[in-house]
Design a binder for this molecule. Structure first.
Ligand code: UD1
Length: 416
């Protein structure tokens, strides 16, 4: 298994480009299931999660073409509306095929994703919504088996804000009979990106980006060409890495518009930030101030940036309180950061981080995607060598990580 070797202590400097957003690309690729016409995407990141999704779609009968950052999907001949356990278990986002398959084929069999490292993460809200739209749903032998001749528009209310739940229901509603209203909808920019693509395919959607989305169902959608939005979490991760190392970097092909809560906290920490329509520059102070955060659905502070901010706070001046309100078990990086010399106390969903003067390199283990990113940030700060094991998590979500870090002057090497 590959490992990442980092020799820390170098302030990041320079300029890199941000890739297309993983969490926008995954639902967008599934949206191609809704039409018989080809759909072409650009700015698709080259990540393991994207490869898994393309494999999943291909085994259903979707024709997949890929060249550089372009992916063309042709779902004219969908033969097998099934998502098997072997694929779903490696990537929870596979559940995003459920709504589109059911709407397009009248039937779908999708494996339940099961638990994952950061918590139980059930999909009951996806199922409840499709059931309210008239689908017959049975959960048998670990699979969701859904059937419906044609879904019916309905008023849907999710018990909590769910990103992929909102996306699944919005996609299904595009081909339903009548109007669907999703209340308590997720407002994440990736939901808006999906809605924009669906509208380009002919769907009638209003309210994406607010907590009430209205979809008027139509009989068929057409193909389109669509450019995927930049990855706001990749953007935030490099900003944290530059902040923690005392760096000065410019990120191109991204926008601060998706990152208000994160940028506010970086400025509170003492960073200078300049933005243009498609770039962000960050200049770090000599020492960061500790900043407390509380994760919440968009537009509040994202749970996917919590781990990186824990690493940043580990070397800041003062103490920070970090509250995780989205996932019940998302502090696994804390014990690894402690191995590097951080001072962190955990009590339930709250972590108290007291900044220390410096960290020392050690061997640490990545447990999930964003936890791994926090270990990279910490490794870049730490004196000496940090060896991060199990970096397949990073390969799921960060395109060309070592190359991008090296372009910013970091000393990093992949060890086979
Ligand atoms: C998405 C993101 C993930 C991010 C998360 C929260 C993708 C592919 N992944 O995950 O990176 O960390 O949003 O911003 O976009 N829940 C239920 N029942 C459901 C659905 C959700 O109880 O049916 C709970 C979850 O366990 C969690 C909370 O709701 O506690 C929010 O989860 P959700 O927004 O659905 O996360 P994902 O969409 O899986």
């Amino acid at each position: 298994m590959d490992k990442l070797l980092i020799e820390g202590g170098v302030a990041l400097k320079g300029e890199i480009s941000i890739s297309g957003a993983k969490n926008a690309a995954l639902p967008l690729l599934c949206a191609a299931l809704l039409t018989r016409e080809p759909v072409s995407f650009s700015n698709v990141p080259d990540l393991n999660d994207i490869a898994t999704m393309l494999k999943l779609l291909a085994q259903m009968g979707v024709r997949v073409g890929r060249a550089g950052d372009q992916v063309t999907l042709d779902a004219s001949a969908l033969t097998n509306p099934v998502a098997p356990y072997e694929m779903v278990k490696t990537m929870r986002a596979s559940i995003l095929v459920l709504g589109p398959l059911l709407a397009r084929c009248g039937e779908a069999r999708v494996s339940l994703p099961g638990g994952c490292a950061i918590g139980a993460r059930p999909v009951d809200q996806h199922i409840k919504g499709l059931h309210a739209m008239g689908a017959e749903i049975a959960v048998e032998q670990g699979y969701v088996h859904a059937k419906s001749l044609r879904l019916k528009g309905a008023r849907l209310f999710t018990d909590m804000v769910t990103v992929t739940g909102t996306e699944n229901l919005m996609m299904a509603a595009c081909l339903a009979d009548g109007e669907t209203v999703i209340e308590n909808a997720a407002r994440e920019p990736e939901v808006v990106d999906l809605a924009n693509c669906l509208v380009a395919m002919g769907a009638q959607i209003s309210g994406a980006g607010t907590d009430v989305i209205r979809i008027r169902g139509i009989e068929r959608l057409n193909g389109c060409e669509y450019r995927i939005m930049p990855d706001r979490i990749e953007t935030g991760t490099y900003l944290c890495a530059a902040a923690a190392t005392g760096g000065d970097i410019c990120l191109r092909g991204t926008s601060a518009a998706y990152l208000d809560a994160v940028i506010d906290k970086l400025m509170d920490a003492g960073c200078e930030i300049e933005t243009t329509r498609d770039s962000i520059r960050l200049k770090a102070p000599v020492r960061l101030n500790a900043v407390s955060i509380r994760t919440s659905p968009y537009p509040a502070f994202p749970t996917d940036m919590q781990a990186q901010f824990m690493a940043l706070n580990a070397v800041a001046e003062g103490a920070a309180v970090i509250r995780e309100t989205i996932f019940e078990n998302r502090f696994m990086h804390a014990v690894e950061l402690i191995r590097l010399g951080a001072d962190i106390r955990i009590d339930g969903n709250t972590a108290v981080v007291r900044g220390v003067a410096g960290l020392d390199g050690a061997t640490v283990m990545a447990t999930d995607l964003r936890a791994s990113a926090s270990l990279v940030v910490a490794g870049l700060v730490a004196k000496g060598e940090t060896l991060i094991e199990r970096i397949y998590h990073l390969d799921r979500g960060y395109e060309r990580l070592e190359q991008k870090l090296a372009a910013l002057g970091a000393k990093v090497r992949r060890v086979k």
